[in-house]
Write a protein that binds this ligand. Structure first.
Ligand SMILES: Nc1ncnc2c1ncn2[C@@H]1O[C@H](COP(=O)(O)OP(=O)(O)OP(=O)(O)O)[C@@H](O)[C@H]1O
Ligand SMILES: [Mg+2]
Length: 517
């Protein structure tokens, strides 16, 4: 994997854009988001409700809602672009290499299934070792074929999606034309005809593209499919031979033990032989699949790891017998049992009270250190970020507006939106928010021109309403999209009230000295 300085990049999101098709038109939920996640770090993604945090996370997990679409960009993981891989391949990655935990631990658990079973389910399902062997053997050919298929379908789907959106857009335009009192009947007809022509043309273009893509991919797909068939046949034979070998070995051992058992009258020896027979059987099964016993032991171990007391007994209980905090630990255990590289936590503690929240955060930090786990930590509360994160991405209206190390974001924030977020951190004692952020986020069907935060910012300049600010580099690791960093901008310091607030919350978090120097 690629290295950045001495850091190993585990996942790299590049210029990711996601939109949803809605009744009101196309909603641009994520607009060109880029970030890297390093091995063994916590990257916090913070921002108000609706800024696109969950949508970004779900896209990485491959669970974007059906009306959503990746418009552009890449998600590079293990040398592959997750936005382009097929369902089959994603299956191997999702839940296995990338785990996700959500806000409400109860809704991620099945209320009528014992906790232990919920933890072991995935390893038992994925534990058919012969099937895994088969899948490994055909892996390359399978992925090549599936990915080509996905790519071909993707191009057609994108075109169909655009056509559908055009139709929705034109429907609204048509309504506006019909209601426009300044137009004559003839004008209206002409304009409506124009819209119809536009759709006709787009429709034809879509058909032509579909035809072209099908023709283009046909020979490639046929070749890949033929190769896959050959590989499947070969793999099947190989797995069968291996299985037969295992069976023969086991039978040989079993028959020898049985023969001796029949021949001997010694009670002690017979007892030993019965135990050996049982062990031989278990060893054989163990080579073909993950046994219940092995899964049970793995589950109890991971339950202990996430801090569940009496794990062996708790294994047999139901979710309702656990407190909220313990349930969230179970959810984390379910994610961990597959030994993931990356854990995405979407508001994992919002539903918990403060003490429990602190314990779960501590657990996540411990897992980060012990497992070298990379964590994407999503929250709307900058308050918890100071303790948790190594780096922070601040999101607003589908974009990352500031990105840097946690101390840079807390000690030297540059974007007025980050200032606003910092000043809205609730006071630990009074629970009062110092300053609510005025106004509301924009409607993402019509993303604003310029700096999306400008209408809510008292630091907005004329240019903010016209042109979108680029990323200005503050340090080697710190970036912010605000015209305030342009050399031509007037010098604006962050408000005193914000810096004071930051100082207090950092002191509370025990980071007062840590960030200096
Ligand atoms: N399936 C969907 N269809 C239409 N719009 C959607 C869909 N899912 C999300 N959105 C929209 O995408 C935008 C980003 O949503 P997202 O869930 O990522 O917000 P968020 O930052 O996670 O907010 P929160 O803090 O409330 O969880 C919002 O405007 C939301 O309404
Ligand atoms: Mg969310």
């Amino acid at each position: 994997m690629k290295k950045h300085r001495d850091k190993e990049v585990v996942i790299k999101v590049e210029d990711l854009s996601i939109s949803f098709s809605t009744d009101h038109g196309r909603l641009h939920a994520v607009r060109g988001v880029s970030f890297e996640l390093y091995r063994g770090e916590v990257l916090a993604i913070v921002g108000e409700s609706g800024s696109g945090k969950s949508v970004s996370a779900k896209t990485i997990m491959g669970i974007l809602a059906p009306n959503g679409r990746v418009e552009g960009g890449r998600i590079m993981y293990g040398g592959e672009d997750l936005t382009k891989v097929s369902e089959e391949e994603f299956h191997r990655i999702r839940g296995k290499k990338i785990g996700m935990i959500f806000q409400d631990p109860l809704s991620s658990l099945n209320p009528i299934m014992r906790i232990g079973k919920q933890i072991t389910e995935a390893i038992i399902i994925n534990g058919n070792k012969l099937k895994l062997m088969y899948e490994d053997l055909i892996y390359e050919d399978n992925v090549a074929y599936r990915n080509a298929l996905t790519k071909a379908r993707g191009e057609i789907d994108t075109s169909a999606f655009q056509l559908r959106n055009l139709k929705i857009e034109n429907k609204y335009k048509a309504r506006a034309i019909r209601e426009d009192k300044s137009l004559t009947g003839a004008d209206k007809r002409a304009k409506l005809d124009e819209l119809i022509e536009q759709i006709k043309a787009a429709d034809m273009e879509h058909r032509a593209l579909t035809k072209r893509i099908k023709a283009e991919y046909k020979p490639i797909l046929a070749e890949l499919k033929a190769k896959l068939k050959v590989a499947q046949k070969k793999a099947k034979a190989e797995v069968k031979a291996y299985h037969n070998e295992l069976k023969a070995e086991y039978k040989k051992e079993r028959d020898a033990l049985r023969a001796e058992y029949k021949a001997t009258k010694n009670v002690e020896r017979r007892k030993e032989l019965r135990a050996s027979l049982k062990k031989a059987r278990l060893d054989y099964v163990d080579k073909t699949r993950v046994t219940r016993q092995v899964a049970h032991d793995m589950a109890v171990k991971v339950m202990e790891e996430v801090g569940i007391p009496n794990a062996a007994r708790r294994f047999r209980q139901y979710p309702f017998e656990f407190s909220g905090g313990m349930r969230q630990r179970i959810v984390i255990a379910i994610a961990l049992i597959q030994n993931p590289d990356i854990l995405i936590c979407d508001e994992p503690t919002t539903a918990l009270d403060v003490t429990i929240q602190a314990q779960i955060l501590e657990l996540l930090l411990r897992l980060k250190h012990e497992r070298q786990l990379s964590i994407i930590f999503i929250t709307h509360d900058l308050g918890v970020v100071a303790n948790m994160a190594d780096r922070v991405a601040v999101m607003y209206a589908g974009r990352i507006v500031e990105y840097g190390k946690v101390e840079e974001i807390f000690y030297n924030p540059k974007h007025p939106y980050t200032w606003a977020l910092l000043s809205s951190i609730p006071d630990v004692d009074t629970k009062e928010r110092l300053e609510a952020i005025p106004g509301t986020p924009p409607n993402m069907v019509y993303p604003p021109k310029g700096d999306a935060f400008a209408p809510r910012s008292k630091y907005a300049m004329a240019v903010d309403f016209i042109e979108e600010p680029p990323y200005f580099q503050v340090s080697e690791t710190h970036f912010a999209r605000t015209w305030l960093l342009d050399p031509r901008a007037p010098k604006v310091e962050m408000p005193k009230i914000v810096s004071e607030r930051i100082r207090i919350s950092l002191e509370r978090a025990g980071k007062g000295g840590e960030f200096n120097g």
